[in-house]
Design a protein around this ligand. Structure first.
Ligand code: MIC
Ligand code: SF4
Length: 754
């Protein structure tokens, strides 16, 4: 039986009435995305139609999921909200804090001892407030959500950008910062600008070496890392229905890489099969009763150009395997072009490592298709040229692939089987020799490949591709190996051509697991004590941020003008810093250390305007804070791309930065800044970015008139006394301005005024 089946039935019980009402109000057939949005309004039955890309709307998500690295901050905030229990079903998953070093058993034991304090904290807070707790080793949040909680037509939020993975089961699942999760856990509405809609029509059928991953690698190449901003991507067509449910999950998962709010697919047989295989026939029975409401109206998919803001068509029969990277997930190269591209760009051709796993590609089907390539290598006496590592997505998958001989087959090739966790995907990879910073290439089935992300080495060229392609490239040891046309030489000197992958969508003998790693919360948690040691370097209780003093900010210094790509990995690095995710003061020492200073091209070296000397960004900001001098950060396009981590907003807030002024923002980061009481501003005229100079002092001229839709005026005083007046746009509505005024959204909740 599914968890929370009564909640799911309740959602379905009102679906028809709400969607029918919405269709009347909107006055035309509805997409699936609209059906889910309109059936999850905070007000209940819809009473008006909303303008996409413009109206802020209050929603009522069905559930919340948090992972350990973000849950610490989310739950520290929730503890301030004054509630005794979470208002909607919520889970916490321990997956980010486990290092991949020697292999699952030892690595997990090390994590359990090193992060004991944090896991104990998360487990006791979960127990106290009615939250389901998934222990370290149980698996990666998004895989567990897909296996246990996601349901067609549902809406959920999660404190991780890849929450969107649950779109594979026909949900609208959206990544948010912890403060947003706190709203919903506290029984409040959750606000989102009504998204635009991008339709992706999939014709034809996947075949040969092409996998679901290639669909999203292609979409990323088309739309780029910001092309999906503010939009939901809805996939449909014969190519969609012929694909597995976990394959759909892969596609939705990497929707985060194009900045999309989320992605989804209509309810179909692949979802029925997956739900049944994961023990949720009850969800199938309930969903079948409202099946028409769990996909778009027929007219929509027949004439999609009339209903979507943008339409993309991809013919799967012609789609080639893609290899995206390095350093950005939207740089797509079809396998047939890799020889030229790699040579033209001087990418190291030798592949050092092949990694299969992460929340994107760690399903049973992924492992089974990848191992079909590995088996061919073993059978043909081919010694793999690169090292191999896998991370199963969950204990259920690990147990089942072990039972089915898949792990053994991987091990025959010397593969390291890491814990069911994020591992190398988030820099939790103790890669031997990474400190030498050699230029090298790795291939992986993950979603992100930003600089330094996997192993901390800025010279590691990481390429993203499907699990089966990772297997082929790692066996060949070459980035430009094309398994469709090229052959390999085996240990007997014979030429061998690999056959295309084949595998089982779902285990023939069903899934199995002994201990999935779940801990249900206490019925009554009022007596559970949550202890945070005042001397801990891992956890720190939060103190409320100061309210706005009602005055214009004046005499602010420019802390950094960041140039080019500035993701949340650049603003608040993960890897070794994950250990401080529950301690705001300590983690603030990584603030913006990865961002490139536009004035000297260096990372983590900025001018301290009080002394004239250069120092690390956190040190300079701490000096400004100590002197009571406000500061601002200037950035480029798509600032804050990537993760949902609100540390990237809380750190500057905590250290005294007042505003972040950029060419454009990624959605989650912009909201995180607003929620923490910061000013998130964009240049009205992007070219003004060039006017900002290293020694600038900034005065806000009309912050006292801060109002929705009204740009703010900033005066930049340069070192020679000359001035530039710069207009800054913002997207704050009235209640969001309230967060700024109060010092943070949480301050309002704590005061009972939200
Ligand atoms: C990521 O993939 O970058 C993460 C780590 O999962 C983040 C969350 C975090 O920083 O904790 C995300 O994607 O939101
Ligand atoms: Fe974990 Fe990587 Fe997925 Fe983020 S993208 S949740 S780090 S596996």
């Amino acid at each position: 039986m599914a968890f929370d089946i009564e909640m799911i039935k309740k959602v379905y019980a009102t679906m028809a009435e709400r969607v029918d009402k919405a269709r009347d109000l909107v006055g035309r057939p509805l997409t699936l995305s609209e059906k889910i949005l309109y059936s999850h309004l905070w007000e209940g039955t819809p009473s008006q139609s909303f303008v996409r890309g413009k109206d802020y709307v209050d929603f009522a998500p069905d559930r919340v999921a948090c992972q350990d690295a973000t849950a610490q901050m989310a739950l520290l905030q929730f503890m301030h909200a004054g509630k005794s229990k979470v208002a909607v079903p919520t889970t916490v998953h321990c997956d980010h804090l486990i290092q991949a070093k020697v292999g699952a058993e030892k690595d997990l034991a090390v994590a359990n001892s090193q992060s004991k304090e944090v896991f104990d904290f998360l487990s006791s807070v979960s127990n106290k407030y009615g939250i389901g707790f998934w222990k370290p080793g149980s698996g990666i949040i998004h895989q567990i959500v897909l296996e246990n909680y996601a349901f067609p037509g549902g809406m959920m939020i999660g404190t991780d950008s890849h929450t969107v993975n649950a779109g594979g089961l026909g949900m609208l699942a959206i990544g948010v910062g912890g403060a947003d999760a706190v709203d919903v856990m506290s029984g409040m509405s959750w606000e989102l600008k009504f998204p635009k809609l991008i339709g992706v029509k999939l014709t034809g059928k996947l075949n040969g070496w092409t996998a679901p991953k290639d669909v999203i690698l292609k979409v990323a190449d088309i739309l780029t890392v910001k092309g999906g901003t503010g939009a939901i991507v809805e996939y449909f067509g014969e190519g969609a229905t012929s694909m597995s449910c976990t394959g759909k999950g892969t596609i939705c998962n990497m929707g985060a890489e194009i900045g999309a709010t989320t992605s989804t697919f209509g309810y179909d047989d692949s979802m029925r099969r997956y739900l049944a295989a994961t023990g949720r026939q009850d969800v199938v029975d309930a969903a079948d009763k409202v099946a028409d409401y769990l996909t778009a109206d027929k007219e929509v998919y027949a004439n999609p150009e009339q209903y979507f803001d943008q339409l993309i068509e991809i013919n799967l029969s012609e789609l080639e395997p893609h290899i995206n990277g390095p350093f950005t997930p939207d740089r797509g190269t079809p396998v047939s072009k890799m020889k030229e591209e790699a040579a033209a760009n001087d990418w190291p051709l030798k592949v050092e490592w092949g990694l299969i796993g992460s929340c994107t590609n760690s399903s049973y089907e992924d492992m089974s298709r990848a191992v079909s390539i590995v088996n061919q290598a073993v059978a043909n006496n081919i010694t793999p040229k690169a090292e191999f590592g896998i991370n199963p997505g969950s204990e259920q998958i690990r147990y089942t692939i072990e039972r089915d001989g898949i792990i053994e087959a991987f091990e025959k090739m010397g593969t390291k089987v890491f814990t069911n966790a994020c591992g190398p995907c988030i820099g939790q990879w103790d890669r031997e020799g990474a400190d030498k910073q050699e230029k090298n290439t790795i291939v992986h089935s993950f979603n992100r490949n930003f600089s330094k992300r996997a192993d901390g080495n800025p010279n590691t060229h990481a390429f993203v591709t499907s699990p089966e392609m990772v297997a082929a490239l790692a066996i060949s040891g070459r980035l430009d190996f094309n398994p469709i046309t090229d052959t390999l030489l085996n240990d007997n000197g014979e030429e061998v051509k690999l056959l295309p992958p084949n595998g089982d969508e779902l285990p023939k003998r069903g899934f199995d697991v002994e201990d999935a790693g779940f801990q249900a919360p206490a019925e009554d948690g009022s007596n559970v004590e949550v202890v945070v040691s005042p001397t801990s370097d891992r956890l720190q209780l939060l103190a409320p941020f100061d309210a706005w003093d009602g005055k214009n900010i004046s005499g602010a210094k420019l802390l950094i003008k960041a140039f080019g790509k500035c993701t949340t990995d650049h603003i608040s690095m993960a890897g070794p810093w994950l250990r401080f995710r529950g301690h705001l003061d300590n983690i603030s020492n990584n603030m913006l250390i990865g961002a490139e200073n536009a004035f000297n091209g260096k990372a983590n070296l900025v001018k301290n305007q009080l002394t004239g000397s250069y120092d690390a960004v956190p040190a300079v900001q701490r000096a400004y804070k100590a002197a009571g001098v406000p500061s601002i950060v200037v950035g480029d396009q798509n600032y804050g791309e990537g993760s949902s981590r609100e540390h990237a907003a809380m750190e500057p807030r905590f250290l005294g930065v007042k505003a972040v002024l950029v060419k454009s923002f990624a959605r989650i980061h912009e909201t995180n800044l607003k929620k923490q009481g910061m000013l998130a501003l964009t240049f009205a005229n992007e070219a003004d970015y060039d006017k900002i100079q290293e020694d600038d002092t900034i005065n806000f001229l009309d912050l006292t008139e801060f109002a929705p839709g009204k740009p703010l005026t900033l005066e930049f005083v340069h070192a020679d006394g000359s001035k530039d007046i710069i207009l800054a746009n913002h997207t704050y509505n009235a209640s969001q301005i309230g967060w700024f005024v109060a010092g943070s959204a949480l301050n309002l909740i704590a005061a009972g005024k939200a």
